[in-house]
Design a protein around this ligand. Structure first.
Ligand SMILES: [Zn+2]
Length: 196
């Protein structure tokens, strides 16, 4: 199984930061993605960053790169997880939101199993935190036609790890324990999916 970890956005992506600018979504998610890949590789899994470059790699190119792996290995042998940090507003102000969520694109596919496996890991590694769910279709993940989820052919899920415009959320995300929990939940969620 080829495990591809994507970190949301790039240095150039505007607006993806805390209201005071100190927290940058691409930087944080890159740090998490690198640690998740390292952890999985250390345990003998075939994991890699989808976008090792620091330049702004458009979503279209990211999708192409995932689908090239699908062509090469078979789409059932590729898993994609994209790591993000949510925002409650786009007004550049602080908000009160907290919580963790995971998205797949609409419809029932292997992606839903991947997302459910990630939710199981989130329950374990984020005790006391709000898990944002949507059980209307019988499973916990939220559904949205995000480009990367819609156009990739393998199992794909996108995590929104807390909120970059919430002081409460950032206090956790930026703490050593918070980072460790976010890394571990991704590793455990992927392993839950592979063996669940
Ligand atoms: Zn994002």
């Amino acid at each position: 199984m080829k495990i591809l970890i994507d970190n949301g956005h790039d240095r150039e992506t505007p607006g993806k930061c805390s209201p005071d600018g100190h927290f940058k979504e691409y930087q944080y998610t890159r740090e998490i993605a690198v640690a998740v890949v390292a952890y999985l590789e250390y345990r003998g899994y075939d994991a890699q960053l989808l976008v090792p470059e620091f330049e702004d790699i458009p979503l279209k190119e990211r999708v192409k790169s995932v689908n090239r792996w699908c062509d090469k290995l078979g789409r059932e042998n590729v898993t994609l997880v994209s790591v993000h940090v949510d925002a409650a507003g786009s007004d550049g102000q602080w908000h009160e939101a907290t919580g963790w969520s995971c998205y797949t694109c609409p419809g029932q596919t292997k992606s839903d199993h991947l997302a459910t496996a990630l939710y199981r890991a989130a329950e374990k590694y984020l005790p006391g935190h709000k898990l944002r769910t949507d059980y209307s279709d019988g499973d916990p993940d939220k559904e949205a036609s995000f480009y990367l989820l819609k156009y990739t052919r393998c199992a794909a899920a996108l995590t929104e790890n807390g909120f970059q415009d919430s002081k409460e959320s950032l206090a956790f995300l930026e703490s050593p324990d918070g980072k460790k929990a976010i890394v571990r939940l991704h590793v455990a969620g992927i392993l839950n999916y592979l063996y669940g």
